[in-house]
Design a protein around this ligand. Structure first.
Ligand SMILES: NC(=O)c1ccc[n+]([C@@H]2O[C@H](COP(=O)([O-])OP(=O)(O)OC[C@H]3O[C@@H](n4cnc5c(N)ncnc54)[C@H](O)[C@@H]3O)[C@@H](O)[C@H]2O)c1
Length: 381
């Protein structure tokens, strides 16, 4: 089986910190053949440092000359759509950093370009594609897999209540990077850029939501978007959740809590979890032996897989080799952007929003802040 030939587009922070190590760990299945950045000096240094043979400053040239099988898009959100579409049309599969793009309209353009490439049908031409998967790495740790499996077996009972907290801290200097904190380049604040990870995992576990009520504000940072948002959401199952997205929280934490009829499941971490970060508390009526089995090591010793780019890349390469749609592509990637859009619409219009109303006739389908200017400054401006 031939190795996937991979290109990295955007050679800034996340490319070097997470994508290169993940790809190095998959050296048996993938080789990085080229990288591209609009900053010529940066891409040259990146390629020299990581032993990548092809350095480019133009994506079309890279796609034409290298014909990669898979492209990791690690650029600012503003350019995700045009780059993802160009890669798909050139027949390459895509792993695109979050947030997927700036609006549902853009997402649908990317999704429409899937499957149009000539040679992108998985390894050695197997199956369908090419597909564009979004980086939502927290779906891929073994802890999430365990919870999903227990839910599927009915072990935890019915989901009732959830909490989804992203309490992170980003100082003023963080927002000096020109594309950050602006609607037209980042697509939003901590809702779109930071809490999206926790909300994605909550949605992946609890399924379809139907209604959201939200508030947001710009309390302290010099940004155009919000720096905090809060929401209440009702799921199709009847379960209800509260959500906090903040970049103003000095003691940082990512916290998810799920109360089922038979158990409380909690996850506490910051940027990535291991199995030990999950806890299971049985309801009083659950026999001890049954609850003990929830966290017992699996027979044969299943690995403790941290949530990470490496875990998601392994799953993506499995999909690629089989020519199957990856979990965070298509509808599987869209659901989280749809939730973010619903949150912004509710916060900016001051009324509850139904998932079903986020259609092409709605201004919020086209821009996360719809036809509003965003919110007025509240403090410090
Ligand atoms: N999954 C995660 O946990 C995670 C963490 C951090 C950042 N991210 C996401 O990764 C993306 C990049 O973030 P970052 O922190 O690495 O940003 P960064 O600013 O450090 O790097 C972005 C790079 O893209 C280059 N670039 C800009 N426009 C380009 C274009 N049109 N073509 C090619 N290169 C271009 C810049 O020169 C820069 O080198 C963002 O979408 C961000 O939200 C994800």
């Amino acid at each position: 089986m031939s190795r996937a030939r991979v290109a990295i587009v955007g050679t800034g922070g996340i490319a070097g910190i997470c994508h290169v190590p993940a790809l190095r760990g998959e050296a048996a299945r993938a080789e990085v053949v080229a990288a591209m950045d609009v900053d010529a000096g940066r891409v040259k240094t990146f390629c020299d440092e990581h032993g990548i043979p092809g350095a480019f400053t133009d994506l079309d040239r890279l796609l034409e000359e290298i014909r990669p099988d898979l492209v990791h898009v690690c650029t600012p959100p503003l350019v995700h759509t045009e780059q993802v579409v160009a890669c798909l049309e050139a027949g390459a599969w895509v792993l695109c950093e979050k947030p997927p793009c700036l609006s549902l309209a853009e997402y649908d353009r990317m999704a429409a370009a899937e499957g149009t490439g000539g040679s992108g049908a998985g390894v050695d031409g197997a199956g369908g594609g090419p597909y564009a998967a979004i980086v939502f790495q927290h779906r891929f740790g073994s802890g999430a897999g365990r919870m999903r499996e227990l839910m599927a077996r009915g072990e935890l009972g019915r989901p009732l209540v959830a909490q989804c907290v992203t309490a992170w801290y980003r100082d003023h200097a963080y927002f000096e990077v020109p594309w950050r904190g602006r609607w037209d380049t980042e697509g939003g604040g901590p809702t779109m850029g930071h809490g999206i990870h926790q909300m994605d995992l909550m949605l992946a576990l609890l399924g379809e939501w139907i209604e959201i009520r939200a508030m947001a504000g710009r309390l302290d940072r010099d940004v155009q978007t919000e720096d905090v948002s809060m929401a209440m959401v009702r799921f199709a199952s009847g379960a209800m959740a509260s959500v906090v997205n903040s970049v103003l929280s000095p003691r940082e934490e990512s916290y998810l809590r799920f109360d089922f009829t038979d158990a409380t499941v909690e996850l506490r971490h910051l940027y990535g979890y291991r199995d030990a970060d999950w806890s299971y508390t049985p309801a009083p009526h659950v026999p001890e032996a049954r609850a003990a089995a929830w966290t017992a090591p699996a027979a044969g010793g299943a690995a403790d897989v941290p949530s990470s780019h490496a875990a998601q890349l392994a799953a993506l390469l499995d999909s690629y080799e089989r020519g199957e749609r990856p979990a965070t592509s298509g509808a599987g990637g869209r659901q989280t952007l749809e939730f973010v859009t619903g949150l912004y619409k509710s916060a900016l219009t001051g009324r509850p929003v139904l998932r079903s109303e986020l259609a092409p006739g709605d201004p919020f389908y086209h821009r996360p802040h719809g036809d509003t200017p965003g919110w007025a400054p509240e403090v410090g401006t």
